[in-house]
Each structure stands twice: as structure tokens, then as C-alpha cells.
Design a protein. Structure first.
Ligand SMILES: NC(=O)c1ccc[n+]([C@@H]2O[C@H](COP(=O)([O-])OP(=O)(O)OC[C@H]3O[C@@H](n4cnc5c(N)ncnc54)[C@H](OP(=O)(O)O)[C@@H]3O)[C@@H](O)[C@H]2O)c1
Length: 202
């Protein structure tokens, strides 16, 4: 699978390190242009490249991995989201006041993302855990549970299959409205570290 990333920081690089050893490809982008990503891409190695946000969105799936405050401009840099699988890894955090989660009773954060990316097939994933918990990208790593939510079953299935292949346990929580609320910041599954001891016994 070809992964595009809008945002080339900790989340993008961590996911990239997990999928690259299995033959998947990654294209990272940021707001400053591909030329600024040379060191990161060469460190990631074979299968990694840099591009623009539009090029990231043109991959099989595109991961939104920018700070919440940058979400509107990042999504606006791709004029047409129709049909694209958009993995929302963001957390709705106010950097000026991280402990103030705001009003959590309205639309979920991924529904807000979906509203700003009309026509995209949005799947919420990767947001529930700090990336240092999955820093080990080796084939021997512990099998960590990653929650996914979304309204498009085929998009969730496609992502879930890759997650399982690269050594995670994907748990589908349902829709962006219901599952998204469970896994977003402030929900009961945010910050939950579940690791299966034996990869082959379920
Ligand atoms: N770090 C974690 O452990 C973790 C875990 C789960 C979820 N999250 C969430 O995932 C998101 C990303 O976190 P992170 O830790 O990866 O952040 P980060 O390390 O600060 O990286 C953010 C990236 O976004 C880029 N960016 C900013 N504006 C952009 C734009 N308009 N278009 C394209 N790229 C843009 C930044 O590069 P430039 O500024 O150079 O453009 C940078 O490469 C956040 O919402 C965070 O809450 C983080």
C-alpha cells in the first residue's frame, strides 16, 4: 500500500517505520515543501519519499498528522477529497491550554475533519496512544491494540488489514460518531495501552 502523510513529524515517521519493512511505501509532506524533508526521508530509507500535500493525498491512503490548529489549512491544501481514504491521526488539543478539552458533546473531532474534507472516506486511527509506546518497529515488537472508527466499512477494512499485517491488533469501534467519541481525546479509550502478549493466541 502507498501511504501519503500530510504532516511529517513524530506520528508520520513512526507509522512509516512500521510499514516500510513490509514493503509498503510512504510519501511525506509538510507545509514547507519536499526539499525540507531530505534528511527525514533518507533516514527512513528505501520506500520513503517526500512530496507535496496534494501528492500525499494521491496515494492509496493519506494520513492526516498535523497539530489540531493546522488541520483546516492542511485539509484546504487538497482541493478535492472525493473518494480518498483519509486516516485522521489528530487529537483535538489546544496547545495553549492542553488540559482544556473544550465542549466534547458536539460533533466528534473526526466528524469535524470529515466536514472539512468533503467526500473523503475518513477513518480515525493512531490517535489514542503516544507514539513512544509504539517506538519499537521491529518484527518482534509487542502486538499493540490500535482502535479505528469510521463510516466507510471498506476503508476501515483496508487499513485494518495493513495494521494486522505489520503487527498491530486493529479493533473496529464503529462509526465516527460513536467509535470516534470513544477514542478521541477525553474519551474512555484515549491513552489506553493494550498489548497482547502472544501474537498468535486471541
Ligand atoms: N506525537 C504523538 O505521540 C501523537 C500520538 C497520537 C496522535 N498525535 C496527534 O497527531 C498529530 C501530529 O502529531 P505529531 O506529534 O506528529 O506532530 P509534529 O511532530 O509536530 O508534526 C507535525 C507536522 O505537521 C506539519 N505541518 C504543519 N502544518 C502543515 C500543513 N498545513 N500542511 C502539511 N504539513 C503541516 C509540520 O511540519 P511544518 O511545520 O514544517 O509544515 C510537521 O511535520 C497531532 O494532532 C497530535 O495531537 C500525536
Amino acid at each position: 500500500m502507498k501511504f501519503g502523510f500530510i504532516g511529517a513529524g513524530v506520528v508520520a515517521q513512526t507509522i512509516a517505520r512500521h510499514v516500510l519493512p513490509y514493503g509498503h511505501e510512504v510519501l511525506l509532506s509538510n507545509s514547507r515543501g519536499p526539499d525540507t524533508l531530505g534528511d527525514i526521508v533518507s533516514k527512513l530509507g528505501r520506500g520513503a519519499s517526500a512530496g507535496t500535500p496534494q501528492q500525499a493525498a494521491d496515494q492509496d491512503v493519506v494520513v492526516l498528522s498535523v497539530a489540531w490548529a493546522r488541520v483546516p489549512e492542511a485539509l484546504a491544501s487538497v482541493p478535492d477529497w472525493s473518494g480518498r481514504i483519509l486516516i485522521d491521526a489528530t487529537n483535538r488539543i489546544n496547545p495553549d491550554n492542553p488540559s482544556d478539552l473544550g465542549d466534547l458533546t458536539g460533533p466528534t473531532s473526526s466528524e469535524i475533519v470529515a466536514d472539512q474534507a468533503a467526500g473523503a472516506r475518513v477513518v480515525k486511527a493512531f490517535n489514542t496512544i503516544p507514539m513512544q509506546w509504539i517506538d519499537d518497529a521491529s518484527r518482534e515488537k509487542p502486538r499493540t491494540v490500535l482502535f479505528i472508527s469510521g463510516d466507510d466499512g471498506r476503508a476501515k477494512k483496508a487499513l485494518g488489514a495493513v495494521l494486522e499485517e505489520v503487527g498491530f491488533a486493529a479493533v473496529d469501534l464503529g462509526t465516527l460518531a460513536i467509535g470516534g467519541r470513544q477514542q478521541q481525546v477525553g474519551g474512555p479509550l484515549a491513552g489506553l495501552n493494550l498489548t497482547l502478549k502472544d501474537r498468535f493466541v486471541l
